[in-house]
Design a binder for this molecule. Sequence first.
Ligand code: COA
Length: 385
Amino acid sequence: MRDVAIIGIGMMHWGELWEKSIRDLCVEASLACIEDAGVDHIDAMTIGSMSSGLFTGQEHLASMVPDYLGRKHLPATRVESACASGGLAVRTAFLEVASGMSDYVLAVGVEKMTDVSGGMATYALATASDQDYEAFHGVTFPGLYAMMARAHMERFGTTREQLAQVPVKNHANGSKNPHAQFPFTVTTEQVIGSVMVADPLTLLDCSPITDGAAAVLLAPAEKARKLGKHPTTVITGIGQATDTIALAQRKDLLQMGAVEEATLRALSMAGRSIKDISFAEVHDCFSIAEIMVIEAMGVVPAGQGGPATLDGYTAIEGAFPVNPSGGLKSKGHPVGATGVAQIIEAVTQLRGAAGERQVAGATAALTQNMGGSGGSSVVHIVEVQ
Ligand code: COA
């Protein structure tokens, strides 16, 4: 396998983008990425999108995106793994470059979610849960994560204030991110006092409904080093894993097996331990998710995610910064784009270009993208080499 580098990154300000169609989003992110790379050559594309059909009526993105990017006849593949579709698009592009099949592969993640009603968006998202045993009975993702939150509180004594610290921290980080959908800060009282969505999770515990795209250009590390435009950021490890799609089928409601396995695989491939990682971008689709993910990744022991977050362990200036971008909570969560944007934050930080939200001395980043209630996960390790 060849070493693979990320030579270009591109995204736009995320939010409710009425004036832009799904094709506009893909093209804008891709052009920004090509400009950043300084390489206007693409051999192939991968596109991650969870449900462009239900959200916009547009399927067949593997034809539409190259077409509107002016790259007719390019080989292109769309991949889907619910909210982990973006991470999977990067993994698929990685495999194509690593294998020697192609040199320059563009990975684009996209979701245009706000053109439908809130009810329809909730329905579209719930298609990633188990239809027979979850969605049919009316449970939604806020409901599923609320069950995990309750169980975590019962077993480990996790408090409401500890949960609320996740959005407090991530909005503080996102307020320094020009791409963020909600770049405002929030207090613990505001999080706890915001409207109830699924007890104990309130509005400010939830990631939002978002329009957005993100793109990265991958190339052999050998070629990347010759470009010299940016520090060379290499994908040194990738882990992908799955778990039961339905929460009820898990032996333990509080064990995120896909996250554990994907993290172990990525670290093992990179020859690293979690202690070698400078910071992580993780899938905080709900406040409880970030707490459970940092436990599953081995950043803190099981049950310690809440206290560690409240103590500032995962703050930008803490021992193990988590979500310096603002995470899904503040930056937004256009589901198919999230995994690609996590890689963009990793590269931005490793280039030392994150401005006010820079993690001091960052040399190795971990990104963790998750599908559904943990039914799939994709983890990348990115290092400056
Ligand atoms: N965080 C902060 N503010 C939010 C927000 C969020 N997650 N979601 C909406 N808002 C704001 C809106 O900007 C709006 O503000 P305004 O009145 O000043 O304009 C207000 O709250 C109401 O917005 P609205 O769009 O009516 O909210 P909603 O009740 O329809 O949706 C949720 C809120 C939490 C239910 C929705 O965002 C949601 O379902 N989130 C989870 C998405 C999800 O499951 N993703 C997949 C994860 S696996």
